[in-house]
Design a protein around this ligand. Structure first.
Ligand code: AP5
Length: 214
């Protein structure tokens, strides 16, 4: 969990690679649907581009379908779900159905100015989904993906105005989710400032501590 741009995707991708489980990002799944021009993509495009949340029922069905895939059997790292209180119940039902449970909920935190700096400088590869930052993690050749040589793009929702709206949505709709998990004893707060490696180190320690103590 964490506000837009705090580094959830950056950390979740690495963590999934290290732990051999799949990375399930609802944002990536929705953007893929938009890119493919599917019926779902056409329905959700306006929400994503303006920084509003897609309706719970739509995202809930998408998530349940994803968790039914064979590659999720060994476990998964959820990135960007749940982000409303009703989605907490949707997740609980989906997990019950497949006999899985939540090991921990890790929330990354960073000051707003840092988040705005990270998001306005973000560039992404529409093909392989690699994430860059114009200053912090630039590609070797400007505008070109190191991994697959596709042209990098700026996400529609990474303009300063939409970023502010996304932060408001996060405060109003997603922060209450953290409270729910805090009350369940599942929430672990992780400082998201510093370099990606520093954050990965803290996250790894937080996970190890939880595994040791849980
Ligand atoms: P989603 O894609 O989930 O967007 P988000 O939560 O706003 O998060 P971001 O992907 O913007 O940021 P991130 O935290 O992953 O940061 P990143 O690692 O890329 O959702 C998009 C939209 O889809 C939503 O607005 C909504 O419409 C819809 N949606 C998705 N899930 C939904 C749900 N459950 N319900 C309803 N609607 C839903 O890093 C950002 C930048 O910072 C990068 O450039 C990176 O290189 C850089 N960076 C990362 N870490 C560091 C660091 N430590 N130091 C310096 N730079 C760093």
């Amino acid at each position: 969990m964490g506000p837009p741009g705090v580094g959830k995707g950056t950390q979740a991708v690495q963590l999934a690679e290290r732990s051999g489980v799949v990375h399930v990002s609802t944002g990536d799944m929705l953007r893929e649907a938009v890119q493919a021009g599917s019926e779902l993509g056409q329905r959700v495009r306006g929400y994503i581009d303006s920084g509003r949340l897609v309706p719970d029922a739509v995202i809930g069905d998408l998530l349940a379908e994803r968790l039914d895939q064979p590659d999720a059997e060994a476990g998964f790292i959820l990135d960007g779900f749940p982000r409303t209180v009703p989605q907490v119940d949707i997740l609980a039902t989906a997990l019950d159905r497949i006999g899985a449970r939540i090991d921990g909920v890790f929330i990354l935190e960073a000051p707003t100015e840092e988040i705005v700096r990270r998001l306005t400088g973000r560039r992404v590869c529409p093909n392989c989904k690699a994430v860059y930052h114009v200053e912090g993690r630039p590609p070797t050749e400007p505008g070109v993906c190191d991994r697959c040589s596709s042209s990098l793009i700026q996400r529609e929702d990474d303009t300063e105005e939409v970023i502010r709206d996304r932060l408001t949505v996060y405060r109003d709709e997603t922060r209450p989710v953290a409270e729910v998990y805090e009350n369940q004893g599942l929430l672990v707060r992780v400082d998201g400032t510093g370099s990606p490696d520093e954050v990965a180190g803290r996250l790894g320690s937080a996970i190890a501590a939880r595994e040791g103590g849980a």
